[in-house]
Design a protein around this ligand. Structure first.
Ligand code: HEM
Length: 382
């Protein structure tokens, strides 16, 4: 039986023991069903991420059909990728980041007050609405249309990332993409709020302009799915250790956050196609092969991290790849870090928080997450 079965109940519960086994026994593992190499060692993942000419994001290079509407940041390589990324980074940098974080932090405080001290589901009652509101604010989106349709689309997008393992998820994902594109189109073309993301200079070239618009949609949904999933994973790591239920608030800064992402980050897999024959470790990789690197495994590689299974809040140095590395590294890492540090600080400053039920893993392997994390929050005495 295949060891790497991310949607199996055992791996949903604990993917890390499988990663450990692959890392020691078969670090560049051929997966028959996925028709892909699974790469789990830190050095090998870095090799893939830092050689974008060999390990490409644009699968057209290896003869695959890529629909026009998904050509953008995550599916292009140099030189177009760099041109599109520049436009987006310039747009992201002109957003008022401290103002955005302060507003999101205030939203978090209000949400908690509404939830009161009763038990609540961190995922659906706090994290999901807060994460979506954060991106709406960032993009100046004021209306997501019918709410249940929106939430069903987000779920289809995140579950659809595992369509290689579960082909029935492919069509709902495509339908969801079309739905959300239509819903976002007017907001992307004409942002309504001052201070929200605004595309400054659009490229003159028609194809590049299209890639930029496609990428804005990608940024919006990457900005919901990755941070939302990550916040659930790191919250679970914190509360299962009782770290938010201590006499004093927990100190949360960028170093602590990076360790949380290293230890319990949501992104399990990043995909590339191999453009020409090469090797990873001692394994020969052929042109056209698909390569799936597993940052969540690399981030616990004992060759790089001492006591990798332990959460060491002051770990330094911490060369984790939870936000990727190289040409396609995360464009939202600073935003996510600033946002999550502020939210976690708000939570721990005002409440003692403890886990009151067994967390329910979401049935996803590419982006780990939870469907439910039941918590109780008790206000700290002033
Ligand atoms: C804790 C939160 C986040 C995590 C863990 C995360 C993780 C990652 C990782 C691992 C990659 C690299 C993927 C690869 O190499 O294939 C990536 C890329 C990306 N991320 Fe994030 N991300 C987060 C937040 C965000 C946010 C807030 C945004 C947008 C506002 C965002 C937008 C993107 C985009 C557009 C890319 C593709 C960049 C490219 O291909 O050039 N991410 N992210």
């Amino acid at each position: 039986m295949e060891t790497f079965a991310p949607l199996s109940p055992a791996m949903l519960e604990d993917p890390y023991s499988v990663y450990r086994k692959l890392q020691s026994d078969d670090p560049v593992h051929w997966h028959e069903q996925l028709q892909a190499w699974i790469v789990t060692r830190h050095a090998d993942c870095m090799r893939v991420l830092e050689d974008p000419a060999t390990f490409v994001n644009d699968y057209r290079v290896v003869g695959d059909h890529v629909p026009e509407d998904i050509l953008g940041l995550q599916t292009l390589d140099a030189p177009e990728h760099g041109q599109v990324r520049d436009v987006l980074l310039r747009a992201i940098r002109q957003v008022d980041l401290p103002g955005w974080v302060a507003q999101c932090r205030a939203n978090a405080g209000e949400l908690l007050e509404k939830l009161g001290i009763a038990n609540f589901d961190f995922v659906t009652e706090f994290n999901d609405p807060l994460t979506t509101a954060s991106m709406c604010l960032f993009f100046g989106v004021k209306d997501l249309g019918d709410k249940p349709t929106y939430w069903a689309a987000v779920r289809a997008l995140v579950l659809g990332m595992d369509s290689g393992l579960e082909p029935s998820r492919a069509q709902p994902r495509t339908d969801a993409r079309i739905h959300v594109s239509q819903m976002l189109e007017p907001w992307i073309r004409q942002p309504s709020s001052p201070g929200a993301l605004r595309l400054l200079e659009l490229p003159a070239d028609e194809a590049l302009r299209r890639y930029v618009f496609n990428s804005v949609r990608m940024v919006f949904f990457a900005g919901i799915m990755s941070p939302g999933s990550t916040l659930s994973c790191v919250m679970r790591a914190l509360v299962e250790r009782g770290l938010l239920d201590q006499d004093q608030p927990l100190t949360i800064d960028n170093k602590v956050y990076n360790e949380l992402v290293r230890h319990s980050g949501a992104v399990q897999v990043d995909a590339r196609a191999c453009a020409h024959d090469t090797t990873i470790g001692s394994q020969r990789i052929r042109a056209g092969d698909q390569v799936l690197i597993v940052p969540a495994a690399a981030n616990r590689d004992p060759a790089v991290f001492s006591t990798p299974e332990d959460l060491v809040l002051d770990r330094s140095p911490n060369p984790h790849i939870g936000f990727g590395r190289g040409a396609h590294s995360c464009v939202g890492a600073q935003l996510a870090m600033a946002l999550h540090v502020a939210i976690l600080q708000e939570l721990t400053a005002r409440y003692r928080i403890r886990l009151v039920g067994e967390p329910v893993p979401r049935p996803t392997g590419t982006l780990r997450g939870f469907d439910q994390i039941l918590l109780a929050a008790h206000p700290r005495k002033p």
